[in-house]
Design a binder for this molecule. Sequence first.
Ligand code: NG1
Length: 419
Amino acid sequence: MIDAERRIATLAHTPHLELLRQRFEENYGSSERATLVVAPGRVNLMGDHIDYNGLSVLPMAIQRHMALLYRERDDRSVRLVSSDPRFPNREFQLADQIAPGEEGDWSDYARAACQAIVQRYQVGRGFDAVIHSDIPIAAGLASSSALLVASALAALHANDVWTEKMELAVVLAEAEHYVGTRGGGMDQAICLAARRHSASRIDFDPLRLTAHPIPPEWHFVIAFSLVRAEKSGAALETYNLRTEESGQALQGMTDSLGHSGEIDSYSDLLAEYHANELIAKSGDVLDETLMRRFVHVVTEGMRVRQAEKALHSYDMRAFGELMSESHESLRESFEVSTPELDELVEIAVRAGAVGARLTGAGLGGSVVALCSDSKSKKVLKALADRFYKKRNKRRDLGAALDDLMFVAEPSAGASVTPL
Ligand code: NG1
């Protein structure tokens, strides 16, 4: 993961390195022999709520990062300091079972990572770390997985353990269940193994990434709905309910087709039957809710394949149309959109985006809109005027517009750089 070119690039792209060093020195003394870990956020371009059903997805890493500066210790303590005052200092011990913090504590992602690394690689050396992130929190851009990945890389490198990225991604997908989500493996995999200038198709079982370059004139605009999709409370419950429902829908279909016990995944079912045949049958077999969930999963899986083809053939219009269809399916069939996300999608499309969709889990969070480079200024301006400024009259946004909406740059995966 470390080579000279990457090292220089990493340092050059860490604008907050000085701040990290300063915070490190305030808390732990000299920052000599410290190591920098950088883990990106991500935007998912196609394929939401299907990774936990084992179907392929198409995300890319973005230019927003979780940066963590650490130095290893001689004992099992892990000490964490965040530059964000909302997240108080935390300390815990490396162990096979690490107790979570108070309800929804921010350090649970680091605890989850460390517990998994101890269980898998039997490490015993802790570390002192400071972290700083510019990934918007609870915005559907996987800031929590970036913290999990950065903490895991610190725990591994502090103990001189080297692992293969795909192996680690599998371990960390499971590790994140510690916080209560029954999620899939998209976020950890793209955070670890994304390629610059590219989106990646991620296949599961076995985990594999296939990178596809993004044409430079394709601009993906990300816009935050101002509704935080916190994975504690209601959003967590709905998310887990959707995983359950899509499992029940699969079960209902395999039972009715006489394959119970033989077919236990969407990919196996889709290998056996044509998607359209399954969709037609689902109306007879499943109740209304499960039928909708089933239709979303199956059609979203198809859209990932079609989007990949559109990307290959530089067909921006086709890609955009698939994004809008995907949003409609997430809204109507999977019921994870919100009025704010719908409004952002509509504003972006009216202003010239070829398509737009919610990204990530939904239930708040962000949308992603595709437009040509010549249109992106117009799309950003429309979002500012018709969404953010309208709301800003009534309340303080508390952040610059640049933090609420920006053009995503397809970025590289996580890196570890000794200073
Ligand atoms: P976000 O948007 O970061 O909450 C979640 C899951 C993904 C995936 C998407 C929906 C985790 C860590 N992330 O992402 O695996 O299922 O929702 O596509 O559980």
